[in-house]
Write a protein that binds this ligand. Sequence first.
Ligand code: FAD
Ligand code: NAP
Length: 339
Amino acid sequence: MSLQIQSNVSLKPFNTFGVDVRARLFADAHNDSDVREALAYSAAHKVELLVIGGGSNLLLSGDLDALVLRMASRGIRITHEDCGAAIVEAEAGEPWHPFVQEMLARGLSGVENLSLIPGTVGAAPMQNIGAYGVELKDVFHSLVALDRESGELREFSLADCAFGYRDSVFKHQTGRWLILRVRFKLSFAARLHLDYGPVRQRLQEQGIQAPTPMHVSRAICEIRSEKLPDPAVLGNAGSFFKNPIVCAELAERIKQTHPGLVAYPQPDGQVKLAAGWLIEQAGWKGFREGDAGVHALQSLVLVNYGSASGLDLLTLAQRIQADILERFGVTLEMEPNLY
Ligand code: FAD
Ligand code: NAP
């Protein structure tokens, strides 16, 4: 037995909202055998198993009568290299941003636009993490997951994962797949994505004419730090709502009353709306009730000023959802995983 199970543990340090709930049981999984031990314990003691990574996409609404297993496995290796590309395998517990930095330091490009996203490698496929025009699926090769129902290992290819906008097969089969390691296809020759948001402009302002992936990563880190609250300072889980994808007719109707609508046409004819813009127009930016609030610089981010409970944050989120539905006819879907 190497798994160390603790009882009655506060999860405050393990979720970036900083919500203070307790887990009946808690353990770190450092390797596959810890994971298997936790599964066996969960079955033998009939206690639910909840797997977490960095806790940066969680909303914990109350104490958890469960064994919370935090993925803490480490290891990054190049498994294949040829023709200017490499397949890199990383263990689920690897922290995401240091992984990005290590890839850049090794001269590998592809993940630079995903710099400074909190959390772990193993959680990245869950919602197909994305930022600044790049999604995990663009650099994904395959992953290995444990089927919690059969106890068998399964390989997932890109097609198997059914990645979509902040979506994957894993989001729809909640709790079935425990991701153990992820493989990425990265390139030694940089193909930069600079056309999204203020990235290109930032590089130009800095006088960088021929940017490298490292320059792009640094610029994105700067932009993000200026706009987004640091969870170490102010509790949050990043964007609280997904940007809604609506039919063109609805987007057009909203535009007639709100000509400034921030909308991005999608290849399938639908339109992605900036949820933050809708929330700001509805007057929620900077709103605060007790310790639950809407961030003053980015309305898509709900924040915990100190002692907000998960329910306080959920109640605020539901008020915003109801208001946006009434004003614009748009349904906002919550992004963090609710437990
Ligand atoms: P957790 O929050 O611990 O878990 C999330 C979900 O995944 C849970 O359902 C959990 O059960 C499950 N899970 C975790 N690990 C595993 C595993 N190994 N196997 C199976 N299931 C697992 N997201 C973006 O997409 N783009 C961004 O730009 C972005 N920016 C952010 C900025 C801030 C400041 C914050 C706080 C969050 C941001 N996020 C962003 C959201 C979040 O960081 C990502 O979704 C991240 O991938 C979550 O990783 P995690 O390890 O913290 O997962
Ligand atoms: P932003 O640049 O102010 O843009 C607002 C929204 O408009 C974004 O959410 C983005 O959607 C969309 N958008 C902007 N330019 C676009 C383009 N050229 N084509 C299509 N859609 C476009 O957003 P931000 O809040 O500062 O975040 C910057 C990036 O980091 C975004 O990609 C965002 O998703 C990501 N981010 C995500 C989280 C999270 O928790 N999920 C938290 C912080 C930042 P998309 O979201 O689809 O990109």
